[in-house]
Design a protein around this ligand. Structure first.
Ligand code: HEM
Length: 481
């Protein structure tokens, strides 16, 4: 089944013995297939439950679309490495994002993707993040001040809301060079436009039926107007960034944010990049970097609040690394927050906020021992894949310590290789480094200044699939230390 273009080193070890029709899977209805059996808010849970029943490779039909659901880690790693030549992102997801929100790295394919990937990586290097670090420190201090004030007044902190605003302020500052301060000034028009577009995209991605093929609801027409408004705003930010670079040419070698880095890369002779690439990727960063990061922090707090021993160890480490300061100010000390990093790994193992990676075959392909026809969608289940890897003892428990002696837990040495919270292969998340820096900044600040109390009387927290896994509530209170 493999074509001549198939890259060396990624050949499967097994021959293709089965086809789509041979796979087990839940029975569906004529025309709709399994579409109506999936509750869109719990999309990932439904696929995981079927994986428990039908195994690591099973089939579904979503309307006319053939879908293979995969949760076997070697096959998943192989397919992720075969992008962008053999697999593309889901055309439905990419279509919704491009039509309603933005065109950038996340949705690009083939040569265009290769070119954009180079551009975006220039904007997210550790060097760029280091130059951006003073802004990140300032934004973390702003969060601290807001929470200290609220706690002293005896007010309840809306952690989910504030974490989302924080992540949005960070990514807007980095990707667009603008501090909108959505944390303290909600209802900024740009924020509203962005939230509106992303809401429409999530709606389309989780819709049981492709209604947009038949009619465009008024909300989608409104999305177009908002999209144009965002693009105009970013054109203004680009003009400001160009003026800054002209006034301070040192920014060419030491850009202070991603927008400046993208503009410098775009201006290089023969770069092939246009302003449209810069605008598209600035919005793409917001799309990919806001909820993913804030929800990961939220889930980590959810676990820390329920595991006081782990929280105490995070606090002890944060006290040692931050010293007398309430917020980390020394970029070079981020690595010293090692226990916090393993606690984050553990939270991502149990709550991977991007729970599915969808790949659509561009040519005849193979998954495990199954021959796959072009156009078939493969949904990789991140959490189920990790469970099936059998790399983690007492897998349901939140135990960051398992990562400290990780090498002993898995025959291939590194359990991180069995876990794909940031995807894998050439399309691996380019924002991972930034996300981990943000997580360390916020959680070390919390651990240094507050204790977490879990409200055990609150109803159980539900995972909602809104493109990322969002907790429907976070019954965690902050108290000053
Ligand atoms: C904890 C936070 C984050 C998580 C869990 C996460 C997870 C992911 C995952 C699973 C993918 C798909 C990878 C694949 O297909 O193999 C991805 C792609 C991507 N992420 Fe992230 N992400 C996070 C934060 C960020 C941030 C902060 C940014 C931006 C600065 C970002 C930008 C992107 C982009 C642009 C892509 C598309 C890459 C491509 O197609 O080449 N992400 N991310």
């Amino acid at each position: 089944m493999y074509t001549a273009e198939h890259k060396a080193g990624t050949k499967p070890h097994v021959a293709a013995r089965r086809t789509f029709a041979d796979l087990p899977g839940p029975a569906g209805l004529p025309v709709f297939g399994n579409l109506l059996q999936i509750d869109s808010l719990h999309y990932h849970r439904q696929l995981e439950q079927w994986a428990e029943r039908y195994g690591t490779l099973y089939r579904l039909r979503l309307g006319g679309k053939r879908v293979i659901v995969l949760s076997e880690h070697t096959a998943m790693a192989t397919a992720m490495r075969e992008r962008p030549d053999i697999w593309r992102r889901s055309s439905r997801t990419a279509g919704a994002i491009e039509e309603l929100a933005t065109r950038g790295l996340f949705t690009a394919e083939g040569e265009d993707w290769r070119m954009q990937r180079k551009l975006v990586m220039r904007g997210l290097t550790p060097e760029v993040i280091r130059n951006f670090f003073p802004t990140l420190t300032m934004l973390t201090e702003r969060l601290l001040t807001r929470w200290q004030r609220a706690v002293r007044r005896g007010e309840q902190v809306d952690l989910l809301r504030d974490l989302k605003s924080f992540a949005l302020d960070v990514i807007l500052s980095l990707a667009m060079g603008q501090d909108l301060n959505t944390l303290e000034q909600p209802d900024n028009p740009l924020q509203q436009d962005i939230e509106f577009l992303f809401g429409r995209v999530a709606r389309r991605i989780t819709a049981p039926l492709p209604y947009w093929r038949w009619f465009k609801p008024a909300a989608e027409r409104e999305a177009m107007v908002r999209k144009e408004r965002i693009e105009r705003a970013i054109a203004g930010f680009i003009a400001e960034a160009r003026a800054r670079i002209a006034a301070n040419p040192e920014l060419r070698t030491k850009p202070s944010n991603m927008l400046e880095a993208l503009l410098v890369a775009r201006d290089e002779p023969g770069s092939g990049f246009t302003d449209a690439h810069v605008v598209g990727n600035a919005v793409t960063m917001v799309f990919a970097g806001e909820d993913t990061t804030s929800n990961t922090i939220a889930w980590l707090l959810y676990f820390l609040a329920q595991h006081p021993g782990v929280a105490a160890r995070v606090a002890e480490e944060s006290d040692a690394v931050l010293g007398s300061r309430p917020v980390l100010r020394d970029f070079s000390r981020l690595d010293a927050l090692h226990y916090l990093e393993v606690a984050t790994n553990e939270a991502m193992r149990l709550k991977p906020v991007a729970p599915m990676i969808a790949m659509e075959a561009l040519q005849p392909a193979q998954i495990g021992d199954v021959a796959v026809d072009p156009g078939t969608l493969v949904m990789g289940l991140i959490r189920q894949t990790c469970r099936n890897a059998n790399a983690f003892e007492d897998a349901a428990a939140f135990r960051p310590e398992r990562w400290l002696n990780a090498a002993h837990q898995h025959t291939e040495g590194d359990p991180a290789r069995t876990m794909f919270p940031f995807g894998g292969g050439a399309r691996f998340c380019p924002g991972r480094y930034l996300a981990l820096v943000e997580i360390k900044m916020v959680v070390s600040m919390i651990a240094r200044n507050f204790t977490l109390e879990f409200d055990r009387a609150a109803p159980p927290v539900d995972e909602r699939f809104t493109f990322t896994i969002t907790p429907d509530s976070l019954p965690v209170r902050l108290a000053e230390r």
